[in-house]
Ligand binder design. Sequence first.
Ligand code: KET
Length: 397
Amino acid sequence: MFQHVPAFPGDPILSLNEDFQQDPRAGKVNLGIGIYFDDAGRLPVMAAVREAEEGLARDIGPRPYLPMEGAAAYRAAVQQLVFGSRSEAVRTGRIATLQTPGGSGALRVGSDFLKTYFGTSQVWISDPSWDNHRAIFEGSGFKVKAYPYYDAATGGVRFDEMLGAIGALPARSIVLLHACCHNPTGVDLTRAQWAELVAVLQERQLVPFLDMAYQGFGDGLEEDAFAIRAMAAAGLRFFVANSFSKNFSLYGERCGALSVVCADEAEAQRVLGQLKSAVRRNYSNPPTYGARVVAAVLNTPALRERWQEELQAMRARIHAMRGQLRAGLESRLPGRDFSCFTRQRGMFSYTGLAPQQVQRLRESHGVYLVGSGRMCVAGLSVRNIEVVADAMADVLA
Ligand code: KET
């Protein structure tokens, strides 16, 4: 019956993470998957999250099905965090927001909706992008292509080429953009570049789809949402997938949301209705627990403040690790330039290591990076930074 089913070659990120778990070496270092570890190398439970959970544990109550669009308190908190507390679009009710299983669920529900109503459009992602972007949109039936983005020669963005390519797309093309902390490169657009891009997206009547999986890991919660705020202010209609996996350290609870910014409230209601229909056909309705935790933190001022402080500390720790890695490499390999590590933002750095070098890092040193040369700098810590610098210097020498 299943002889024609081929073996799954594995996922470049999740399968690597499984290989890491199997590796018996004591000194192994996981810089593959995009997960934030603390200085002790542990996956943190944030204090604000723990306190919210303790409150919920005392009063957890029954667990009925949530509505297809998810919990109202959670959805309202998402809108505030993503679009800002003074957002005109939020105030006038022209954003359709629904709770989804992680950022991945948001991307998939959005792509299913788009396939129904923009079925002949093509999807354009950055070159390179998170591998699953292509897989998710292809899974909905789209043809996925890539616009120029990363410039390996300069470690920056090929902005003119990017703008040229996007500016030549047919109207209603779908353009996937990383709102902040670009995965895998760590290289983001400047505010001036966003402004130029927003004008082109608007003029060409393109459909922007922003993925924000790392809000708060770049320059701050508000700063990282700059592109979203700029698009809303310019009057664009667009999609935002956001995730709390990383900034709440709640990976397995699958907390995310999809927001579609519409022209007015009536349009937003129609869009929300069709998104609900897409949810019903996929997984019916989202899970309760994680959304209760996130909503409790975001909607309780004291908890929210503590969460923001903890997130800021995580951001600062990543920053410090970037600086230490750069210094460690520059002292080991004098005359070589490693400034990319401190220029890049968020959890990831594109190291420029070739696949064979990545393989040597793993086999000879137990240091795991994604095959593309992507390093999760949030996996560096005072405990492993010297080991990693030694290992990298070895394969780079
Ligand atoms: N978008 C981006 C850009 C992203 O990096 C991830 C996860 C997601 C969405 C998914 O978020 P979630 O809320 O977990 O559904 N990225 C890391 C983990 C993974 O590949 O699943 C990673 O790149 O390592």
